[in-house]
Design a protein. Structure first.
Length: 152
């Protein structure tokens, strides 16, 4: 299915929660080979439009005991897709993928990438009032303040 993807510029703060070991390179892409909006070797750096949103986004991973840091960043991108409010982009993709199917959420990010998007805004699955961003062009991210430790 071909999706029409309007693009707009975005310039503003975003927050990432990363393992402390990655604090020296906070704009780095996700290490997992597949995620909600990346697959097949695609680059994706996940962030949130608020510190609270970043905390909500990583909540399911906090039981691994890794020390994490909150990293304030600035996203400066000329072409950003916005799919916030689209329920189809908020499904739990992991179970479908584990059963051998491609994640249906990849259709959104693939269409945004094809349209030339450097990033894509999307709603939090568990808190739709919060917004996240997946950055496809990590050079659009820069550190914007001091990194702080968070408790797990």
């Amino acid at each position: 299915m071909t999706r029409v993807v309007p693009l707009a510029p975005f310039s503003g703060p975003v927050w990432r929660i990363l393992p402390a070991a990655q604090a020296d390179c906070p704009q780095a892409a996700a290490k997992a080979p597949e995620g909600r909006f990346h697959h097949s070797g695609q680059l994706a750096a996940y962030a949130s439009l608020s510190a609270e949103g970043a905390s909500v986004a990583v909540r399911r991973y906090l039981s691994d005991g890794a020390q994490r840091v909150l990293v304030p960043m600035w996203l400066e991108a000329a072409a950003v897709a916005d799919i916030r409010g689209n329920a189809a982009a908020s499904i739990v993709w992991q179970d479908l993928h584990a059963a051998g199917a491609p994640s249906p959420t990849w259709e959104f990010s693939d269409a945004a990438r094809l349209a030339g998007a450097q990033a894509m805004l999307y709603s939090s699955r568990s808190r739709p009032d919060l917004s996240h961003v997946v950055v496809f062009a990590t050079e659009c991210l820069r550190l914007a303040g001091p990194i702080s430790e968070i408790s797990s």
